[in-house]
Design a protein around this ligand. Structure first.
Ligand code: 3NM
Length: 234
């Protein structure tokens, strides 16, 4: 009886992970560098939530573990208040400890299956992919969603080769029926988001288009309008 209960509970929790991923359309990366104060970052988090982001990712570069953890915990609590999905970049341990909804992994991070073994609750695991070979490998590893990029030139992260809109098109059709979600990423803004949607993407991830704006909430709102015009099933 206990076993049945646990299995049922796991199935319900796993379904809740899937439904969280399914409702992501606007995903914003909040980059925390040494120069930022935690208050600044929390204000940015709040603004993105108010502006209608569906998911926020904390990218902490060069911060101590202690500070990253405290920041993550605060961001998670702001996200939960607004029912926004919270993801921590690169750090399964901090994602788990801070109560985040999930973790985002890069190509150089631990394998998806090993990261899942660390978790004592169902969590979202995302994985960056930059080309068709990495996508095939990702489909075998079964993350909950994959990042597809860089679609356009970006100054936020150095990546050797542009994946382009062609990669988005390829990946979206390849992922069809796999149950794995996707977010297109890299140089996406209010001017080109339409093209990304036309290439088949149902979700976009942005950093500078929102965090580099004087009014991040308005920038999210503008992107949201563009995404919603693309049609509810898209
Ligand atoms: N990952 P912006 S592109 C963090 O292709 C990141 O996997 C990418 O920032 C990938 O919106 C990228 O400022 C940078 O271009 C996204």
């Amino acid at each position: 009886r206990f076993e049945t209960y646990t299995l049922e509970k796991d199935a319900v929790l796993a379904a809740s992970v899937k439904s969280k991923v399914d409702r992501i359309r606007l995903y914003v990366l909040v980059t925390a560098a040494q120069a930022n104060t935690d208050d600044e970052l929390l204000q940015l988090t709040e603004a993105c939530c108010r502006g209608g982001a569906d998911c926020l990712q904390l990218r902490a570069k060069g911060l101590s573990d202690g500070r990253t953890y405290r920041l993550a915990e605060k961001m998670v609590s702001v996200c939960s208040e607004h029912q926004v999905v919270s993801i921590i970049n690169d750090r399964p341990d901090i994602a788990l400890a801070s109560g985040a909804d999930g973790v985002h992994l890069g190509q150089d991070d631990m394998p998806v299956s090993k990261v899942r073994e660390l978790f004592n609750r169902p969590m979202i695991v995302g994985l960056s992919t930059h080309n068709a070979d990495q996508l095939e490998q990702a489909i075998r590893e079964r993350p909950d969603y994959v990042g597809l990029g860089p679609v356009f030139e970006t100054r936020t992260k150095h990546i050797e080769k542009l994946a382009g809109l062609e990669y988005v098109e390829h990946a979206v059709s390849r992922l069809h029926d796999t149950g794995i979600g996707h977010v297109a990423i890299g140089g996406i803004n209010a001017v080109n988001a339409d093209d990304v949607i036309s290439a088949g993407a149902s979700a976009v991830a942005v950093c500078s288009a929102v965090t580099g704006s004087n009014d991040p909430a308005a920038a999210c709102d503008e992107l949201n309008n563009i995404l919603s015009k693309a049609g509810p099933e898209n």
